[in-house]
Ligand binder design. Structure first.
Ligand SMILES: Nc1ncnc2c1ncn2[C@@H]1O[C@H](COP(=O)(O)OP(=O)(O)OP(=O)(O)O)[C@@H](O)[C@H]1O
Ligand SMILES: [Mg+2]
Length: 492
């Protein structure tokens, strides 16, 4: 049976999160993990400073399903099935030793799958103490004088053939990212607060919602009542990448990456269960994860009384909303998705220096029943200037614009952007300012000399015209006399 339970599908990070859950339920404030490399004799030790267990409790803790999932639990208990300690550990190792201290005395019990497998009487031989030679591994617990130590030895699911010390270091990084995400609301000095150390290094919290960034949009918290308690939902739309430094963009992506981490982030007692899922919601067909919605991340908080309703699994990695909540969740998610789509599509949303005034854009999106089309706006000053004076060229210029409109390389842009390569450059990004100035000057001169607009008004208008809204300094530096600079400076 235990061999079968090893295949529940834990990863090292999810398995360790299950161990940390127990420490949190035992009111630990600090959890220290040690990954010790020694080839096949490598081990992982997890020490907490929680309330610990006495001999009877430890005996119960080592048994499978000692507590029924139907039992109601304390509101801050992260457990449910009475299995996690064993299933998580055996998914990674063949020998599990648990030592715990309560009132100054230590108890220690051990399961060893090889001993079980070779036992002639098929008995469940729960062993006492550590394997001989491993006694020294309990020293940190004895020194601390309280808490619980979980020791994984014979890491056959981690140290597989060819696995090197470097692979272990990479695994440690992976685990760190996972725990930083799963427990971020405890790690950030939350309440209750928790510190996790991995090989002596503290794990820093990772906030999926970039709440401290001024460009993050957050909805008010919606409270939905259900028969098993309240559910809190808060939608967030993260900033467009133009508002993030490359370092911020990399870190905000999260352990699974931008596309995978869109959608609901489901928390149970502030502990993250699910990092990005549309939960099978959708209008008609379930939504899939798409680039366009990658900035939408929704926080959903559950109480542990709702476990059965939400079909929480043993690994604490899956949840599914009860049917009664689906319409309301769909409505909230639809709104967040629409906002996220907008932020994603408008490259940096033409920013206006004056919030009350919109920016004239060169391209317009036209929504028609047959689909969206992109059209060059003939009212854009650069276009208007030419059309007004086109005379007999007018027909040919309109034909040219039409050809450009009809051949926007939509598929190509979409692919290039979604493959996560460098986003296509627009808005003069990276161009020398002389280049921008040249183009700017042509349009400015047209407005002032031909249209008779005052220099002040012309500058004002250009400041609210794409893409010059991105370079207010150059607009401000335009001379009052547009004849001053004669060179058009515009390339072919
Ligand atoms: N670090 C710990 N400190 C104190 N008690 C612990 C610790 N780890 C486990 N226990 C005790 O052992 C019991 C069994 O733990 P286990 O993780 O197997 O199941 P659970 O936490 O009850 O439920 P779940 O399967 O959902 O995790 C816990 O209910 C708790 O009483
Ligand atoms: Mg548990």
């Amino acid at each position: 049976m235990i061999e079968a339970l090893r295949g529940l599908g834990y990863l090292t990070g999810t398995a360790l999160a299950d161990i940390v859950d127990n420490s949190i339920s035992a009111q630990a404030q600090s959890v220290s993990m040690r990954f010790a490399w020694d080839g096949d004799a490598s081990h992982v030790a997890i020490l907490d400073d929680g309330v610990g267990m006495d001999a009877v409790e430890l005996d119960g803790a080592m048994r499978l399903g000692e507590r029924s999932p139907l039992e109601s639990r304390a509101a801050d208990d992260l457990g449910r099935f009475g299995l996690g300690l064993k299933t998580a550990s055996f998914s990674q190792c063949r020998r599990l030793t648990v030592a715990s201290m309560r009132d100054g005395s230590m108890n220690c019990l051990r399961w060893d799958l090889d001993v079980l497998a070779s036992s002639p009487d098929h008995g469940w031989h729960l062993l006492e103490g550590t394997e001989s030679g491993s006694e020294h591994l309990l020293e940190p617990l004895l020194a601390a004088g309280k808490g619980t130590l979980v020791l994984w030895e014979r890491l056959d699911r981690i140290v597989t053939p060819g696995f090197s010390e470097q692979n272990l270091l990479d695994l440690v990084d992976d685990v760190e990212r996972h725990l930083a995400m799963v427990f971020h609301r405890y790690l950030g000095g939350g309440h209750p607060s928790l510190q996790i150390f991995i090989n002596g290094r503290p794990v820093e919290p990772w906030d999926p919602f970039l709440r401290n960034h001024p460009a993050t949009w957050s909805s008010p918290v919606a409270r939905i009542s259900s028969p098993t308690g309240m559910v809190d939902v808060q939608c967030h739309v993260l900033p467009h990448k133009d508002h993030l430094t490359s370092q911020q963009e990399l870190s905000a992506a999260g352990p699974h990456g931008w596309t995978a981490q869109q959608g609901f982030h489901v928390y149970r007692n502030r502990r993250l269960l699910l990092a990005g899922s549309w939960l099978g919601l959708g209008q008609g067909r379930s939504w899939t994860k798409e680039e366009a919605h990658r900035l939408a991340r929704i926080r959903l908080d559950l109480r542990n009384s709702a476990d059965a309703d939400w079909k929480i699994d043993i690994r604490k990695s899956a949840a599914s909303p009860p049917v009664g909540l689906r319409p309301e969740l769909t409505r909230l998610a639809e709104d967040a998705r629409a906002r996220a789509r907008k932020v994603f599509a408008y490259r940096g949303q033409p920013r206006s220096v004056n919030p009350g005034r919109t920016v004239v854009q060169a391209w317009k999106a036209e929504h028609a029943p047959s689909g969206i089309r992109y059209r060059i706006d003939h009212e854009h000053p650069a276009v208007r200037a030419v059309l007004d004076d086109a005379g007999e060229l007018s027909g040919r210029i309109r034909a040219m614009l039409r050809v450009i409109q009809e051949t926007v390389p939509v598929q190509r842009i979409w692919l290039d952007t979604s493959e996560g390569r460098e986003a296509p450059r627009t808005g003069f990004a990276g161009e020398p300012s002389s280049e921008v100035q040249g183009v700017l000057m042509v349009i400015y001169r047209n407005l002032v000399v031909r249209k008779g607009m005052s220099p002040k008004l012309a500058r004002e208008q250009l400041l609210h015209t794409e893409p010059f809204n991105n370079c207010p300094d150059l607009v401000a530096a335009l001379p009052d006399d547009p004849q001053e600079a004669h060179d058009d400076g515009v390339g072919d």
